[in-house]
Design a protein around this ligand. Structure first.
Ligand code: FES
Ligand code: FES
Length: 154
């Protein structure tokens, strides 16, 4: 076991974790941040995407011990004072989801995408989200949601 300290969604946590524990399992099972989803556990689907020190990562691709001393944001840490993050609003208004399973990861990846490129073309949005799979929507409304959050739609 190793003791780790993380800041997750603005709160400090300290726990003993097994070296083999994946970060996504630590988030869901120890911190109860179950908004972060597990789709594949093999780094393909992107459902587990979070921000680690502001950069999007698939949280099934790293161990919890690798997050020691770092800052984590999950989908549950986006809203402020009861108000959704603009990306959450955009997914809602553009109907960028159906079953919703991919949505937490999509939203986190989309936020990271706009931080790196605030005015992306449609092709750049599609490229930026290629690591996140959606089985339901056909992606069209997801693209529109990212465009709305980027201020590209009225
Ligand atoms: S659960 Fe992490 S990429 Fe699918
Ligand atoms: S909304 Fe169902 S997987 Fe994307």
């Amino acid at each position: 076991m190793k003791r780790i300290h993380v800041k997750a969604n603005g709160r400090d946590f300290e726990h003993e974790v097994e070296p083999r524990t994946l970060l996504v399992h630590y988030l869901r099972e120890t911190l109860n941040l179950t908004g972060t989803m597990v789709g594949c556990n093999t780094s393909n689907c992107g459902a587990c995407t979070i921000l680690l020190d502001g950069e999007s990562v698939k949280s099934c691709t790293m161990f919890a011990v690798q997050a020691d001393g770092r800052e984590i944001t999950t989908v549950q840490g986006l809203a402020e004072n009861g108000n959704w993050h603009p990306m959450q609003t955009a997914f809602h208004e553009q109907h960028g989801l159906q079953c919703g399973y991919c949505t937490p990861g999509m939203i986190m990846a989309s936020i990271s995408l706009l931080e790196e490129n605030p005015d992306p073309s449609e092709e750049e949005i599609r490229d930026g989200l290629e690591g996140n799979y959606c089985r339901c929507t056909g992606y069209e409304n997801i693209i529109k949601a990212v465009q709305q959050a980027a201020g590209q739609t009225s």
